[in-house]
Structure formats: C-alpha cells, structure tokens
Design a protein around this ligand. Sequence first.
Ligand code: SF4
Length: 404
Amino acid sequence: MSRAFVSAGYNIVDSISAADIYVLNTCTVTSTADSKARQALRSAHKRNPKALIVAAGCYSQRAEDELAQMQEVSLVVKNTEKDNIVALINNARNVDESALSRIEQPLDTVLSRCRAMVKIQEGCNQICSYCIVPKVRGREKSIPSSTLISHVNSLVSEGYKEVVLTGTQLGSYGFDLPGSSLPHLIERILQETEIPRLRVSSLQPQEISQDLLNLWSNERLCPHFHMPLQSGSNKILRAMRRKYTTDQFCKSVDFIRANVPNVAITGDLIIGFPGETDSDFKETQTLVSNIFFSNLHMFPYSKRPGTSATYLNGHVSPVIKKERFTALNEIVKDSFTDFRNKFLHTTQKVLWESHKIVNEEHYWKGITENYIRVQTKTNRNIRNTITEAKLQLLEDDCVWAIIR
Ligand code: SF4
C-alpha cells in the first residue's frame, strides 16, 4: 500500500499529526485484535481530527458495517478492494489524481529496506473450526513463481537484505500452478536471485519433508521454522480440525532439528479452546516443556462470529484461560531464555535494522539468522548490513553482542 501511495504522488509520514490520511491495516484473527484496531482508529482521530481515517484489511472484510458505524472512521476498504485503495481514497477526498505531484518520495525513506515480506499465496482451504481467516481471505491462490522471482530481484536492487516468504498456507503453495511447489519456488529464488537471506514464515508439521529440508543446506535459508501447535491434546486438535496429531508434531520437530543445525523452532498456541479440560491443558503443558520452543506465541481462545467453534459446548471461563496462560508462560519464558543462552559466546550473522541514540551513544538492533534479536553499541553506521557479531550477554531480555 505504501508503494501505491508513493507512486500516486503521496508522501508517507511518521506522525499521525502530520498526516492528511491515516490508513490502518487491520487484523481480525482474535477479538483482542478487533478491539486493538478500534482503539487505534479512535486514537488516530483524536490525535488528528482533520485526517481522513481509513480502516483496511481483514476486520474491514469481516465486519465492514461495524467499522463504518464508528464515527471516527471515514472510509472502510475491504481486502478485496485493497488494490484500489488509492483511487477509493482520492474519490472520498474528492481529489483529482492528476493534480497530485509526481515527484516520488524515495522508497528507502518509506520502507525499512532491510527485510521485506513477500506474499506468495493468499487464502486457506483448510477451515479450522476456530479460524476466521478462510472467510476474510478466501480460497487458496498461489502467485506465479516468475512474478515472485521478479519481485525478489527488484527488492534486491532496492537494497533489501532479507526476504520473508509469507502467506496463509505456505505449505500448499503451487497446488494450483502446474509444476510448482514450495520447495521448487525456494530453489528458484535461491538460484535466480541474489537475496542474501531467505526466511519462510510458517509451515504446518505435515508439510515438513526431506525434499524441503534438503534446501536448508544452502546457508542463505534462515534456520528458523515457525509451526503452529495450537494444542498439546489430540482431542482438542481434532475439535479444532487440525490435520496432525501431537505425535506427528513432535516427529516433525525432531526431523527439522536433525537436518538443520542451530535451528529456532517457534510456534503458536491457543489457550482455553472450548472443551479444554484441566487434563487436556496438562497434556499441553507437558508437550510444550518437552519441545523446548525457541519462542511460542500464546493466544487465549476468542469466539469469532461465523466459525463453528463458537457453537461448541464447554467454553472456558476468562479466569481459567488467564490462569492457564500464566502457567504456560513460565515454561515458555524459560525455554526462550535457554535458547538464547545456548548461543551466548558464539559468533552469529546479524542483519542490523534499527538505530537509536541515547545519551549520545549509538545503539543498533538486529536479528540473527535463527531469529535472536540482539543489540550492540557502535558509532559506525551499520544499518542494513549483515555483520558477524559475538553474542555476549543476556540482560533484561536483551541479548548484547559485539562486532569488530
Ligand atoms: S490452516 Fe487453519 S488456522 Fe491456518 S489459516 Fe487455515 S483455517 Fe486458519
């Protein structure tokens, strides 16, 4: 969207108070995401009542009327309309497109130019019982690999150092394009582009194959796998309509670790799915302890209107969900710390992304190939470079590194 605005003659600004238009790309995956979106829209209007406030994205797709009724919101743009967002906004503002200045703001002042997300497919055919995504994103559709290769090549020429392949169901990439598959696409990106780092955002355990893992012998592929677990109870996984068992999940984790050295394995987990008993939760606790995730994102289950789980019996009370979250968080915090401790006193390649000055000292933040966020202090400008860094110390949740 930023690119579309810039090429139409708009400038992207950092502060809401300086903006004529404020666009929020919303998420609707949980009720918390909805409520955060509403808060952000209200706050933007409060900070700049003159700005045109636009709600775009999945919440707009799911509940267009709900957002349109908010007095702070001037325009709602659904996912299906996103490609036309600039024209819709020009129309709402009564602006003649040809009157806009054509002096393009350089893209590197708009976008971070370090890591780029590249969407390779859209939509999901799986329909898990709790998930609203198939409704807001539609059926699976892959983007042709030749389009993606050109896109990655233009990102390389703009200076990007890392590409993250994203989508809703990456593992099924290419099912609708003869001769295409995710391993094939990754292989082509590695061969036909010079992107220094490539990361795959999310895969399901049943999608991990030897063919896929063989690709990780290429050091440009980041040793980082994100696999949503969602529950450690087979009964709950069935009710969620997930397509794997806990046993298959553990086997995939072992398989990855046997093939990819120093790998980070992160995941997602839903706490308090309808019907989750104390004993189901204990199974989840045991499984999470045994897997040693490098990090785990946990979400209390929330009802999504229009999904079948909403109608299941045995909804778990918010108090119990909170207790379970706290108990599991202790385990997750420990394994997150253990993972980072394992790499202290080793040298890792870090892509340096952001910078701040505190008391005249220059601090830089970056990310390792296996997704450890690190910080260093140097007067050199290391933005958007990949350097070797020795991880020294884990202090207050921050890994300090030194570079030569
Ligand atoms: S696989 Fe399940 S959880 Fe993931 S997007 Fe599809 S329906 Fe949602």
